[in-house]
Design a protein around this ligand. Sequence first.
Ligand code: SAM
Ligand code: SF4
Length: 509
Amino acid sequence: MLELTNTRLHDEDRQGEAFSPSVDHNYTTGKKFYIESYGCAMNFADSEIVASILQGKGFGATRNFEEADLVLVNTCSIREKAEQTVRSRLHIFRQLKRSKPSLLIGVLGCMAERLKSKFLEEEKLVDLVVGPDAYRTLPVLIEEAEGGQKAVNVLLSREETYADISPIRIDSNGVTAFVSIMRGCNNMCSFCVVPFTRGRERSRDAISIVKECEALYNEGYREVTLLGQNVDSYYWYPNSDNVDNEFISGAANNSPSTGGGRGEAVTFAMLLETVAKISPLLRVRFSTSHPKDITDDVLHIICRYENICNYIHLPVQSGSNRILQLMNRTYTREWYMSKIKRIREIIPDCGISSDIITGFCTETVEDHLDTLDLMKFARYDMSYMFFYSERPGTLAAKRYQDDVPEETKKRRLDEVVKLQNKLSRESNLKDIGKTFKVLIEGDSKRSAGDWRGRSTQNKVIVFPKKGFDFVKGDYAFVKIHDCTGATLIGEAIITTDAPMVEMEISATL
Ligand code: SAM
Ligand code: SF4
C-alpha cells in the first residue's frame, strides 16, 4: 500500500501501536493486557473502548507484550497486506505462548469477523476471537478461554454503539482525540469489506457524543475528530427519556436545515454545530464524507463556526464513470466535480483530500487517465492512494474478475502518487507568505527545538519554539516562509491567548 503522507486517519506510523497506560493503573486481577492496533482511526478508537472495558474489570495495561497475560490484536481487513501483517504478528505471539502456556492471545476487529474458524480451529493461532460489536463480552470470553474453551463472539449488532463507554485514550498527545459517532456502513461499494466486517450503519446517541467531547475539552484536549464511515448519514432520534434534554431541543432549534422542534432527529449538521458550541477553543474535524451524501447544510455550518476546520476528506476512488458504476459508488464524475465546486464556493480556503484506488477490475488506460484528470480538477491537498486488493466476500470478488495485472496496478498507482505529490507541492507553495492559526500538537518529529501543529486545512506546520512561551494545546499564528511536499515551515508571529480565537484570520494578517 502506498500513501502520500501520514495523517491521523490512517497513520502508517501508528500501525501496530501498543496501548500505553497513561497512569499506573491500580489493577485488581493481577493480570495485564497488551493491545496492538492496525487499520484506520476507527479501529484505534475501538481499542480505546476495549482498554476501557478491561480496565473497568481490573486488568492492568502494559506496552511490553512479554509481560502480558492477555495479548490482543485489533485487526483490519481492508487490504490483503494489512491481514498479512497481523498474521505474522500472531505467529510471534504464538511462540511466546510456548514458554508461557497461560498466555491468552485474542484477535479483535475486522479480521475476527472474517477469519474466525481459520484462526481458532485450523491454524490454532489464537484463544479468543471477538468481533467489533462484541467487546462488552470480552471479560466473559476471557474467563471461558482461561477455562480452556475456544472463546468466540463475532455477532454483529444493529444497535451497539458503545455510547456509554468512556474510551481510555491510547498514546494520546493530550491535544487531539477521535470520537466515534457511528458504526458500520450501509453503502455497498463493491470493493469494500467494511459492510461485512462491521455490519449495518448505526448512529450513536448524540447526547453521549457531546458529553464525551465536553469531557475531552475539560481534560485539556483542543481538537476532536468525529468519526464514521459516512458521517453525512448520521441520524439519531432522541427517545422519550431524553427528548427534553437541553442539547437536543437546543440543537434542533438551531438547525438551519430543519427549523427545529423537540424530539426531531439530530442530523450530522446539527451534531457538528452542537459540538462546535462547546468552546471556540475546541477545534472540530470529521471524517469520512461520502460525495453522494455531503450537504450544503454541513458546508454552511463549517463556514459559520471558526472552530470547525476548513477541511473535507471526500474520497473519489476513481475518475471514470464506468469504474465508479462498477464500484457501486452511486455518483458520477460530474456529480463529484459539482460537489468540489460547491465546497470551494461556500468555503473558498477549504482543504480537500481523497482516497483513490488504481487497477480496479477492468480498469483501462482511459479510465486511469480520467482519474488523473479528475485529480487535477479537484487539486487535492492530499490523498490516500491504494492499488486494488480483492477482498473475499465483497460484491466485486463475486461479480468481476480481478483482471488488471499487479504490475499495471502498481504502475498506475505510482503515476497517481507522483501527480498527488505535484498537487500537494503546488498547494503548499501557494501558502508561502500566508499566516495560519496552528493548534500545537507537540514537538516536531525532526527537532525538539520546533513545534508541530496543524492549520484548519489539516496541513502540518512546523515552526521554531524560540522566543515564545507556547505549550502543547496552544494556538499560535504562524507565517509560512518555506515548504516541503508534506509540511509548511514558518515562524510564530504573535503569542496565543483565548481572545485570539475571536480574531478573524486572513491570508494577509
Ligand atoms: N468510508 C470511506 C469512504 O467511503 O470513502 C472509506 C473507508 S475505507 C476503510 C478507506 C479506503 O480504503 C477506501 O476509501 C478505499 O480507497 C480503500 N479501500 C477499501 N477497500 C479497498 C480494496 N479492496 N482495495 C484497495 N483499497 C481499498
Ligand atoms: Fe466501504 Fe463504501 Fe462504506 Fe466507505 S462507504 S466503508 S468504501 S462500503
